[in-house]
Design a protein around this ligand. Structure first.
Ligand SMILES: [Zn+2]
Length: 163
């Protein structure tokens, strides 16, 4: 069993913070088998609100699967207390990456992340928030009427680091 942090980096304008919104937020991941190193062709999604029984039926996990190459079974769980927003005030710290979620895995590791939809962005200049933001392209912009500024998120990239 291991733990991997999903870390993201980006640059922002007039953004206070943004986060995966709600328990039904879908993290789209490619999964790498720990046994043979095979990486899933498609992105699978996992969300904290869903749990499924493991193949043995003895426990549950947020996502359960089987390697197409070697048939090794794997499980992946989102640690709910690990989900935190990306904070713009910290974007220049270190190499710019901030952990926004930690996954606990057995028999696999997360190999790739796609941000897609469902993000909630808060303005730095007012109490305006934007829901169901789409970060699929790694860029987003919208206008904050209350503060008369254009919010932007640019060049979002991600990586996984072992905990
Ligand atoms: Zn495998």
């Amino acid at each position: 069993m291991g733990k991997f942090a999903l870390e993201i980096a980006c640059s922002t304008e007039y953004v206070k913070q943004f986060a995966a919104e709600g328990e039904d937020f879908r993290y789209y991941l490619k999964i790498k088998c720990s046994q043979c190193g095979d990486v899933s062709e498609r992105f699978l999604y996992v969300c904290a609100a869903v749990t499924v029984p493991t193949k043995t039926g003895r426990s549950t996990a947020n996502l359960v699967g089987k390697c197409k190459n070697c048939s090794r079974e794997w499980t992946l769980n989102i640690l709910p207390e690990s989900i935190v927003p990306f904070k713009a005030e910290e974007e220049a710290k270190g190499d710019g990456y901030q952990a926004i979620a930690v996954f606990e895995v057995r028999g696999c590791e997360p190999a790739e992340f796609e941000p897609r939809k469902g993000w909630k962005v808060a303005s730095s200049e007012s109490n305006a928030t934007f829901s169901d933001v789409d970060l699929s392209e790694g860029d987003w912009a919208d206008y904050d009427d209350r503060a008369s500024v254009s919010l932007a998120i640019m060049e979002l990239t991600s990586r996984f680091t072992k905990r």
